[in-house]
Design a protein around this ligand. Sequence first.
Ligand code: HEM
Length: 164
Amino acid sequence: MSLEITGVKKGEAVAFKNPPKAFFDAIGGEEGMKKLMYNFYDKIYESDIANFFPQDEEEFEEVKAKNTKFFIQICGGPKVYEEAGEQNLNEFMVRLHDDFSINERARVEWLGTMREALEELEGVPSELIEQFWDYLDKFSKLTVNSFSDGSTYYAAFTQVKEIK
Ligand code: HEM
């Protein structure tokens, strides 16, 4: 299985495809997504980016739950993520991350943590995991807003191409 992290370039247009519904089905639907995301967040709390996330247990629980719902919906599952209203889900998610100073190092740590959780999945075809990964690798570039030269750049969604 090849889960590679490609580098972010400031201002570069990003094209991505939402993950396939087949991935959602293969991991066991809503329950499977919950297990995957809760496992991911347990690892986040042991990672170098734990400080980005709420330390309060109830707030942490809320982030886990919302995260699970977002991923259920973005994979083509039931529309359970209510925060975005009528807005484009991906655009809403990019803007939500503007409130945090995310650099490439934080992105790589986030992706590396997710990779560990994905490698623990059992009985899921690797090509489906790779397609899910492809979305994460590309989409996560849009959450990076702080650069090594000290500048900030908030990705304009007009530069994004959602491939159908
Ligand atoms: C594929 C990339 C990513 C996706 C799809 C994603 C998705 C999400 C979702 C669904 C939430 C919860 C939204 C809500 O509150 O309704 C969230 C929150 C958050 N994400 Fe991400 N994320 C991504 C990458 C990253 C990266 C690279 C970082 C780097 C540190 C990050 C940091 C955070 C933080 C700090 C929060 C908010 C925690 C809080 O509410 O206090 N995310 N993300």
